[in-house]
Write a protein that binds this ligand. Sequence first.
Ligand SMILES: O=C(O)CCC(=O)C(=O)O
Ligand SMILES: [Fe+2]
Length: 348
Amino acid sequence: MAKPPIENLPIIDISPFLDPECPAALQDLAARDIGYACQQYGFFYVKGHGIPNEKLDQIIALAREFFSLPMEEKEKIKRYDAGGPEGGDGARGYQGMGENITDGKRDVQEAVDFYREWGEDSDAEKNGPPFKTLHGPNLWPEKPEVIKPVYLDYIEKVKAIGKILVRAMGMALELPPSMEGATQESEDREIFVRNTDRCFWVMRLIGYPPLENQVGSREEGDIEEFSCGAHTDYGCLTLLLSDPTPSALQVQLRDGTWMNADPIKGAFVINIGDMIERWTNGVWKSTRHRVIHRGNNYRVSVPFFFEPNFDAVVKPLGECVQMTGGESLYEKTTYGKHLLGKVFGNFI
Ligand SMILES: O=C(O)CCC(=O)C(=O)O
Ligand SMILES: [Fe+2]
């Protein structure tokens, strides 16, 4: 028997960071709550972020509308391998049901991925096809017609929330204040802000039909089909928006048990990814989670992955190494190298 949930994830109000008049002490308190949530769960809810509910509902409704279109419409933005004449870059576009693999199994989901475009960083996407991996342009659906402008506006808003959160995380770790002349790698409290100033974000629209396998308990091992298999997110921060379907997303607690992280109207579910675990030398762990959607409806979610800059150097911070006994547990890497490894390995 699965254990009943015994805890709830913290709900953190980040409005003190949106108000320039807000006393610093209130920001410190919110930052401390974020630090506690990162340490204890790696997951929390965020409210008070300033994006109105109507906008959030529209994001989900447009994704749902896209998934309800005929396959031939969806395949107009099909994802193709990099280097080919179809103009794919191996990462952007639509993936049909069962194409995504987690932990060696096919996930029962369809999805569309968008990434930061290189823009001023490189003119690769203007020169192709063929495109190198990750270097193509985003493939925007023709329908629903408003999807592109509405989502582009949303991306700017959600990036601003990501910036607030990584700033608060530097405060929560009590890193030293930033000094003039700080470099990308200076280990002060702005380190996550600087290393996400060209955030190589990913936004994924996911559609989940109900799982057919209705039998069996929810203990790991008895489950044959997953909507999304157990995994950690590989970057910095995930800001998850989903429709109201309960009992779908589950988070693994430190004792190994799984807890539902049901949606709360108007709030994002936030979790930290592998790059934050690496920067903090494991003081904050990137938490495993999975989706098991056995309801009768078609579930839609839109995670936004607020990631480091492609060239960000990620290595354990000296302060965190000291906190964990003096040994650095992770190699130095760049986010781009880590991401390319994930793309080539189908995110396993
Ligand atoms: O759909 C969800 O609730 C979560 C999806 C997820 O964990 C992911 O795409 O990384
Ligand atoms: Fe995830």
